[in-house]
Design a protein around this ligand. Structure first.
Ligand code: I6G
Length: 673
């Protein structure tokens, strides 16, 4: 029995190692997590029954040791070098020139290029395929023994895969914390009131230098290997690229972005490509490392001081700098969101001079305890708006004024609302606020709102920029002359637009409410409001308590609605719209009694093609009012296809599925039944 237990245990370990390799190294798991857990539990149970069979390289033995009092020092048998840096193309060309000069060759050099991860350098020593120790870089000669912590990282194999590895193999790489894991770790710290880490690098360093491996085990650390140290009792390939592929085949994780490139132009193209994708990568990087690919050439080139001559780090421009907050202004976004913006003493960050940085919202200001006059760290990530990352610790020498949210919008002077539970404060000016004008009008004209054909986003922006339209009501005052005077507006299009405006003058109440662009009042909420209150006046006058009684309306939406109708500007715009000839259609047809009697009640309808007597939007309104569900694509669940001219693929699909196809006349007849 013990013999078969031994066999079973070894088989389970093999399987678990293989699946960890698929998951962590190849990023290609071939079993679900639950299945991995099942195998793991099976191994655990067997090892519990046969403790004499437990070995230190078993996948169950990652977290075993007790907390340490201090880290032991480990002397690196081969020093851990550092890399020289360049910050611009010119210096990169000079690096290449030095290499060609030393090699006495003008041939283009083949390099490998890979991202430089922002983490901690580590050295792992394997003997006969077993992880013996892991040490930090330290001063390059002596590091700290962090083996018990490294063992908790599931991406680090405790035993190498296969058989082709050298008897002694030192592997160097970077331990880092992927951004998603870092965000989660900080969120948990915030919730518990613990201190947060400033960035993923600090989080990785703090996690690896934990004296208690149980804590490290909970931290989302990853490893990418990038070179080797001592290699004995076996040979590795003769190019850097192939060596990394070999490491991968031994079960060690290697960054998948590594590429071979020939010549400096190709290095720069790689740099550009990664720079562009930098923010999409799941981890922080601070540059690109180029290495001469041929190991024979690396040997000929040798080292200067503590850095290899055959490698260089091409650093990205700094992304964090220290400066001071001179003042704080508030900006109004297109949706009315009020953003506090720090005015800064200008500072050069990430390749540009920055004098403004976002503070996001008041919650963030309080969380970071930022005040006017503070010394702060400004961060600029890629093309993202620079932000105030944090106050420089210990830099505040005297009491400084707190930042307070404004009461009134700096653009239109409407009240600013800050709804409980929401981080973002907003201007309630809605239709009136100049900062929100174009956005409000685009929404007003959109298909699901007033459905004004021919009034696209570009045209709205033109009308707003030319000061022809201040509120949606101004749309109905536009004349043919106004329109033809616009750039690229032919008379025919202008006439079409005026016709479309005319045709939009009889919206349902639901459409009209939706078109007003009240925060968080979407199509369904607008329809629920229309069905509940029946008239515009009743909705305008509804109070908070009445509103939260309406289906799907919670306290936040109710408060938005109350705030909207409390603003005189908004009421004025509504009056102007009504004065311009908008006639809101009777809500009677949306009555639930009418709905439940209709053949369309509860049925799913798809509309396709051009209808002869109405727009698709109008048809949709009628069907919705009769209790139908109107969807976009035909499936077996579709009850009716309302087909107009040029119906296309939806018609053929409906016919194939046996869905009842009706035309506009039939729909009207069925609605009247
Ligand atoms: O610090 C480093 C980061 C990345 C490196 C490195 C690297 O390769 C991708 N490679 C070497 C050879 C050294 N430091 C010394």
């Amino acid at each position: 029995m013990p013999e078969s237990a031994e066999k079973q245990i070894e088989e389970l370990r093999e399987q678990l190692r293989y699946h960890a390799y698929q998951y962590y190294v190849l990023d290609n798991p071939d079993i679900p997590d639950a299945e991995y857990d099942r195998l793991y539990q099976k191994l655990l149970a067997l090892e519990e029954k046969h403790p004499e069979l437990i070995t230190s390289d078993s996948p169950t033995q990652r977290v075993g040791s007790a907390p340490l009092a201090a880290f032991e020092q480990i002397q690196h048998q081969m020093p851990m070098l550092s890399l020289d840096n360049v910050f611009n193309e010119e210096d990169l060309y000079a690096f290449n020139q030095r290499i060609q000069d030393r090699l006495n060759s003008s041939d283009e050099i083949e390099y490998t290029a890979e991202p430089k991860l922002d983490g901690l350098a580590i050295s792992l020593r394997y003997e006969q395929g077993k992880l013996i120790y892991a040490a930090t870089r330290g001063d390059g000669s002596t590091g700290e023994n962090v083996t018990q912590n490294i063992r908790t990282m599931k991406s680090v194999p405790l035993r190498l895969l296969g058989e082709g590895y050298p008897q002694v193999l030192e592997v160097r790489g970077e331990v880092f914390m992927p951004r998603a894991g870092f965000e989660k770790l900080n969120r948990l710290a915030r919730e518990k009131g613990d201190k947060e880490f400033a960035n993923p690098r600090n989080a990785a360093a703090g996690s690896l230098r934990q004296l208690d491996p149980e804590i490290t085990a909970t931290r989302p650390l990853s490893l990418y290997c990038y070179s080797t140290g001592i290699v004995e009792g076996g040979e590795l390939a003769d190019t850097h690229y192939e060596i990394l592929q070999q490491l991968k085949s031994f079960g060690l994780p290697v960054c998948k972005e590594i590429k071979r490139v020939t010549g400096i132009k190709a290095c720069l193209a790689y740099y550009e490509d990664i720079s562009k994708r930098r923010d999409e990568l799941p981890y922080d990087i601070d540059g690109i490392v180029y290495k001469v690919n041929s190991i024979a050439l690396q040997k000929r080139l040798g080292f200067v001081a503590r850095a290899p001559r055959w490698a260089i780090a091409h650093k990205f421009p700094a992304q964090e700098e220290i400066t001071r907050i001179i003042d704080v202004d508030f900006q109004v976004g297109r949706t009315g969101a009020i953003t506090p913006v720090a005015r800064l003493e200008p500072v050069f960050v990430g390749g540009v001079t920055v004098s403004n940085a976002t503070l996001h919202n008041m919650d963030e200001i309080r969380r970071k305890d930022v005040r006017i006059g503070d010394q702060v760290i400004v961060r600029r990530a890629g093309d993202v708006i620079p932000e105030v990352a944090r106050v420089v610790p210990g830099s505040r020498k005297k009491e400084l004024p707190e930042i307070k949210m404004l009461e009134f919008c700096p653009v239109c002077h409407s009240a600013i609302e800050q709804i409980e539970g929401e981080a973002i404060a907003r201007c309630t000016g809605g239709l009136f606020c100049q900062a929100q004008r174009a956005q409000a009008i685009k929404h007003f004209a959109s298909r699901k709102a007033m459905d004004i054909d021919g009034l696209g986003d570009k045209l709205v922006e033109q009308l707003v920029d030319e000061d022809l339209v201040h509120t949606p009501a101004d749309l109905y005052k536009l004349s043919l002359e106004d329109l033809v005077a616009l750039d690229r507006m032919a008379e025919k299009s202008a006439k079409n637009l005026l016709n479309a405006l005319e045709a939009s003058k009889q919206p349902t109440l639901a459409r009209f409410i939706y078109a007003l662009g009240i925060r968080e009042v979407g199509e369904t909420t607008a329809m629920n409001l229309a069905n509940e209150f029946k008239t515009l006046e009743a909705i305008e006058q509804a109070d908070f308590d009445q509103l939260i009684e309406v289906q799907d309306i919670g306290p936040i939406v109710a408060q938005h609605i109350v705030n909207f109708f409390q603003q005189q500007h908004n009421l004025d715009v509504i009056d102007q719209l009504l004065a311009a000839g908008i006639k809101i259609q009777d809500v009677k047809i949306a009555d639930s009694a009418a709905q439940s009697n209709s053949v369309f009640a509860g049925k799913t309808v798809v509309i396709t093609g051009t209808l002869p007597g109405m727009s698709r939007g109008e048809a949709k309104d009628k069907l919705l009012a009769a209790g139908a569900k109107v969807t976009g694509s035909v499936s077996a669940k579709t009850d009716f296809l309302l087909a107009g001219d040029k119906a296309g693929s939806k018609l053929s699909k409906a016919e194939k599925l046996g869905v009842r196809v009706i035309d506009e006349a039939e729909m009207l007849a069925l609605l009247n039944e």
